[in-house]
Write a protein that binds this ligand. Structure first.
Ligand code: NAI
Length: 339
């Protein structure tokens, strides 16, 4: 029976992977630690590793896995910006879950926009203190407003459907446009200058790193609502904080944060937050910050478990790996974003 070392385990992961372990004939070794240079030793004696968004699959970790005789890392997520694909070449094969539920992320994203616009998070807190005042809770209609969608792949397309359902005008930016009715593809600068709301749905690459920086923010409409459910480093956090302080950015929804790896998915209540930028963002009434949870639906977890297990099955069966990701010039982001 093949042994699979599963890093950064949470109870909801275990629930869905345990259901399939017997069927696939794998012995699961669950490890609560995130994968990094120190914790990689937990994989000793295993045949495969399963990792997630905030695990560090860097050159050192890959070298250690290679020396342990582990030559497959199955990412249980779509993004792999935390994997050094160049270092993996010829040592460890990498697979991912390219699609598990674009609906999960797209629906969550619209939830963030709605909450920020109509201040649902603030209203919830107020009512708990029997404060029934409406002052400060004014929003706008989405109908007729312009949504800027950056990245129109699987998630971006579903998000566009939702926006069109709201009667919004949609501007989009993607280096590989997928022309469709109701969507106008424009350069990123034009999108920034004309959108009332901007939603990020592109991967983190060398080109997209800090694409929302000081200059991009300066070019946006006053009071723009920005939501990032993709990867934290698409947005320069310092520039975002300045934009929020100046009132240029009306509100921000962040399901991801560029330094999230140290904090997200863990309970730090009772501790002093050492990351000043994260603390500043959390302190703002017009920022809604969540812990990289946009994917978290039953359907998504089922699909993630199924595809990850099937990736491992294909590898052990010596079949071609349908969801293999490997180093190419296009995927050189691994080095750029590797911590
Ligand atoms: P996808 O690969 O289907 O689509 C990505 C799109 O972005 C493609 O159309 C591509 O051409 C475009 N793109 C690439 N570079 C770009 C750039 N510099 N500017 C604008 N567009 C660019 O990916 P999918 O499934 O739609 O996922 C999008 C992102 O969502 C992922 O890369 C991941 O970072 C994030 N994600 C977040 C989750 C969460 O829980 N918060 C869960 C799943 C994915």
């Amino acid at each position: 029976m093949k042994k699979v070392c599963f890093f950064d385990t949470k109870p909801y992961d275990k629930l869905y992977f345990d259901r399939l372990a017997k069927e696939y004939g794998f012995e699961m070794v669950y490890c609560e630690s995130k994968l990094n240079e120190k914790s990689v030793v937990f994989a000793q004696g295993c045949d495969a590793v399963v990792a997630f968004v905030n695990d560090r699959v860097n050159a050192e970790v890959l070298q250690a896995l290679d020396e342990m005789g582990i030559h497959i890392v199955a990412m249980r997520c779509a993004g792999y910006n935390n994997v050094n694909l160049k270092a993996a070449q010829g040592k460890v094969r990498i697979a991912n879950v390219p699609a598990y539920s674009p609906y999960a992320v797209a629906e969550f994203t619209m939830g963030m926009f709605l909450s920020l616009n109509r201040k649902l998070n603030r209203a919830y807190n107020r009512i708990r203190e029997y404060n029934f005042s409406l002052i400060g809770l004014l929003g706008t209609d989405f109908y007729g407003k312009t949504m800027g969608v950056v990245g129109t792949g699987k998630i971006g397309q579903v998000f566009i459907d939702i926006c069109l359902g709201f009667g919004m005008r949609v501007l989009a930016f993607d280096p590989f446009p997928k022309e469709r009715e109701g969507v106008e593809y424009v350069p990123f600068e034009t999108l920034c200058a004309n959108a009332d709301m901007i939603s990020l749905h592109c991967p983190l690459t060398q080109e997209s790193y800090h694409m929302v920086d000081e200059a991009a923010i300066a070019s946006m409409k006053d009071g723009v609502i920005l939501v990032n459910t993709s990867r934290g480093a698409l947005v320069d956090s310092s520039a975002l904080i300045e934009g929020l302080k100046e009132g240029k950015i009306g509100a921000a929804g962040l399901d991801v944060y560029e330094e999230e790896g140290d904090y997200f998915y863990e309970d730090y209540s009772g501790a002093i937050m050492p990351d000043d930028e994260l603390a500043r963002l959390i302190s703002m009434p017009n920022v809604l910050l969540t812990s990289h949870q946009a994917f978290l639906t039953r359907e998504a977890l089922e699909n993630i478990a199924e595809t990850t297990m099937d990736n491992l099955r294909q590898y052990f069966a010596g079949e071609s790996l349908r969801n293999e990701v490997s180093f190419t010039a296009k995927t050189e982001r691994a080095e750029k974003t590797e911590k």
